[in-house]
Design a protein around this ligand. Structure first.
Ligand code: ZN
Ligand code: ZN
Ligand code: ZN
Ligand code: ZN
Ligand code: ZN
Length: 281
């Protein structure tokens, strides 16, 4: 049992199905995981062990040298903080529960009422506005080293987007990263219809349509149309709205391989599941 790391999606209270297909281990299982990796678009990180009860098994050996380490019944806790230029250190306690949810209780002064803050909220609390760089801004102390940023510690390995939607959903809504227009072909008339992917909601509508293998014109989200409605001319269709070159067929400015704006915590498709569980925070 020691070398096996596996996922049980049901541990995250999401409707991800009873899938046990992302198994890391030896032999057959391992081969399968590698195939999955090639197909997926998001980068895979090796994460943590899940026990038979569906809960995270913390590796206490690598955590207990962090100052203030405390093992609760269903969580671990350490002392953490943020250093600010004018106000000095904001100290708090970072808690990770066995579902992988991160929260911070601030202790910047006796009686600070900031409890159960997400990482971004804690950052905002200290800086007044969130910079979204909590991985570097929030630190912990080791016995022999002070202020080690979270990203350099094993604490990060328990973080998934799936378990921490509250931490990023606001910034996902605001994120400006560009997604070019996409076309979808009607399964009835074979015409291509344009989708403009400006907001996260737009992208979600497109994503759902894309995953619907019997999608037809009548489901186009912008206006009520039928298959009789004229298709865009080929010259117009060549433009996907790339900010660099109108006829671009996909570049780093306009094509996204997966980000929190175009992957969805409540979607069951492989791309979304992979992103929510494995993408770097
Ligand atoms: Zn505080
Ligand atoms: Zn049609
Ligand atoms: Zn482009
Ligand atoms: Zn994206
Ligand atoms: Zn999806």
């Amino acid at each position: 049992m020691k070398n096996r790391v596996f996922w049980d999606y049901t541990a995250f209270g999401t409707n991800l199905g009873g899938s046990r297909d992302l198994v890391y281990g030896n032999g057959e299982d391992n081969k399968r995981a590698i195939i999955v990796k090639k197909k997926g678009t998001s980068k895979r990180r090796k994460l943590f062990r899940i026990g038979v009860n569906g809960e995270i098994e913390f590796e206490e050996d690598e955590l207990k040298t962090i100052r203030g380490f405390k093992r609760g019944k269903d969580y671990i806790e350490v002392v953490c903080g943020i250093t600010t230029k004018y106000y000095g250190d904001y100290v708090g306690r970072l808690k990770i529960n066995n579902k992988g949810e991160y929260c911070i209780n601030c202790e910047c002064y006796p009686g600070c009422s900031s409890e159960n803050k997400t990482l971004e909220e804690f950052e905002k609390h200290a800086f007044k506005e969130g910079s979204g760089r909590w991985k570097s801004n929030i630190w912990v102390h080791y016995e022999d080293e002070d202020r080690v940023p979270l990203w350099r510690t094993p604490l990060m390995k328990y973080y998934t987007h799936q378990a921490n939607v509250a931490n990023w959903i606001d910034s996902a809504m605001r994120k400006r990263n560009y997604h070019r227009d996409e076309f979808l072909r009607c399964t009835n008339c074979n015409k291509e219809r344009r989708f403009r992917l400006k907001s996260r909601l737009d992208i979600k509508k497109y994503h759902q349509a894309f995953n619907n293998h019997s999608w037809t014109c009548s489901l186009w989200p912008y206006q009520k149309i039928s298959c009789d409605y004229v298709e865009e001319r080929p010259s117009l269709r060549a433009s996907r709205g790339c900010p660099r070159l109108s006829t671009c067929r996909g570049c780093t400015n306009c094509y996204c391989e997966g980000c929190i704006k175009c992957r969805f915590e409540d979607c069951n498709c492989r791309e979304c599941r992979d992103f929510m569980l494995y993408a770097e925070p």
